[in-house]
Design a protein around this ligand. Structure first.
Ligand code: CA
Length: 221
């Protein structure tokens, strides 16, 4: 899952980026409204954490333009503006959630999980498919009841495939989901992690759709 964090405060932005990266998200962090606008046009994100008071362009303006383009990207506003009027303006401009500073990182993470769960149409917090379960709170994966230890990248890849279980994911989409800007991707890395997951979860857990990409194998449930 790839997130855009828009925050002009260096200390806070770095803290949010690091905290979300530890939770296995690929995180891009920008520090002004223009950079946010460009990033949202150029990249395919799963969610955005948006500050409102920003240099160059206000967060509300970034949000309104995003919605005018028809984007349904989940957006959580994270701001010091804490009046009821501010919250109404934020939600009415198209935000999905509104969190005021000071805030707890675990609460931001829980709200992100809830939002991503709603978007993926899954009511239950634990993702399940063909004998595989993934608990995003405990970051625990099981296969037919047995716990399976995964590396951070393997976990992130499996989470992406579970969140898009009905779709074939292209290699480019998986790379976008796994890596933030400036991270080394190398060649064949997606294939390497697919190979690791197949070794740990069985050869049929992920099927290769020739010429298109990858999808979870087996019937849901
Ligand atoms: Ca700010």
């Amino acid at each position: 899952m790839r997130l855009l964090v828009v925050e002009d405060d260096a200390l806070l932005g770095d803290g949010i980026r690091a905290g979300l990266a530890l939770a296995a998200y690929a995180v891009d962090w920008v520090r002004d409204g223009d950079a946010a606008r460009r990033a949202l046009i150029d990249h395919d994100y799963d969610a955005c954490v948006l500050d409102l008071g920003l240099p160059r362009r206000d967060g509300l303006s970034v949000l309104r333009e995003l919605r005018q383009r028809g984007s349904r990207l989940p957006v959580i506003i994270l701001t010091a503006r804490d009046t009821s009027e501010d919250k109404i303006a934020g939600l009415d401009s198209g935000a999905d959630d509104y969190l005021t500073k000071p805030f707890d990182l675990p609460e931001l993470q829980a709200r992100l999980r809830a939002l991503l769960r709603r978007v993926s149409g899954m009511a239950r917090p634990v993702l399940e498919h063909a004998g595989i379960t993934l608990d995003p709170v405990a970051k625990r994966v099981t296969h037919h009841g047995q716990e399976v230890p995964l590396s951070a990248r393997e976990y992130a890849l499996l989470l992406d495939l579970l969140n898009h279980a009905d779709h074939v994911r292209t290699r480019a989409q998986l790379e976008e989901s796994l890596y933030a800007w400036g991270e080394e991707t190398g060649s064949n890395t997606v294939e390497v992690y697919i190979h690791h997951l197949r070794k740990k979860l069985g050869p049929d857990c992920i099927r290769t759709v020739r010429g298109l990409g990858y999808q979870l194998g087996g019937p849901p449930g």
